[in-house]
Design a protein around this ligand. Structure first.
Ligand code: 6PG
Length: 236
């Protein structure tokens, strides 16, 4: 079950998402002693990251107990402008008091398979007993006009083993070699936020949410948290 919220302005869209993230953090830390947040790359989430680095959200989020992960990463160095880590670092992480050890970046400077293995090992260090990854409190996802999300692209396998895998993709001139979390990790999360802006994506939002099931071609349809909440936050 998913809920769609539409917003007239980017500011309202950003503040709604920031509020949900801050509220989740304020609940998670007293309950479990930590807040686990997975970020996506691309251009859409940047205004949200910048907003989380500003008050009141900067002061509300318990950064010392917050752990940051990535839904996916391009296999480029962390200083590369195409790196999802680089975008998050510039817009958010360098502006908040988060311990360096709490930033669990994918080592994009490594070969994809090696980077994926290292990321799985990192996830395992925080895992609960049930799976080889921790249950994430919030996952931020984008979506391409082709229905991909994270680095799960049309025609990619429906079933994966493990938490993170290397993939090769050709999208929008962006780096092709990537590492992505698998749907099992996303569907174990407590809250998944699909962040969508731009009129060009609206038809795909409708196809994914209301069209016939075709998860092979529309990977965003593979995201349906088994015991969590799925929100679509849309601003045209
Ligand atoms: C990436 C992202 C990817 C992104 C979509 C949407 O590494 O590129 O994780 O899944 O969310 O491609 O990108 P835009 O927000 O730039 O439209």
């Amino acid at each position: 079950m998913s809920t769609l919220h539409t917003f007239a302005t980017l500011a309202e869209w950003v503040d709604f998402a920031a509020e949900r993230i801050a509220s989740a953090a304020e609940w998670a830390v007293p309950q479990r002693g930590r807040f686990l947040l997975a970020l996506s790359g691309g251009g859409t989430p940047r205004p949200l990251y910048e907003r989380l680095a500003s008050e009141p959200f900067r002061g509300r989020i318990p950064w010392a107990k917050t752990h940051i992960f990535w839904a996916d990463e391009r296999c480029v160095p962390p200083t590369d402008p195409e790196s999802n880590y680089h975008m998050a670092h510039e817009s958010l992480l360098r502006h908040v008091p988060i311990p360096a050890l709490n930033i669990h970046r994918v080592q994009g400077e490594l070969p994809p398979a090696t980077a994926a293995e290292a990321y799985c090992a990192d996830l395992l260090t925080l895992a609960n007993a049930e799976y080889s990854w921790p249950r994430l409190d919030v996952v931020i996802l984008g979506m391409g006009t082709d229905g991909h999300t994270a680095s799960l692209f049309p025609g990619s396998p429906l079933v994966y083993s493990g938490a993170a895998v290397p993939v090769t993709a050709d999208y929008g001139g962006r780096p092709a070699q990537r590492v992505t979390l698998t749907p099992a990790v996303f569907n174990d999360a407590r809250l998944v936020l699909f962040l969508i802006t731009g009129a060009e994506k609206m038809a795909m939002v409708t196809a994914v949410r209301q069209g016939p099931p075709q998860p092979l071609q529309l990977p965003a349809q593979r995201i349906h948290p088994t015991h969590g909440e799925l929100l679509w936050l849309v601003q045209e």
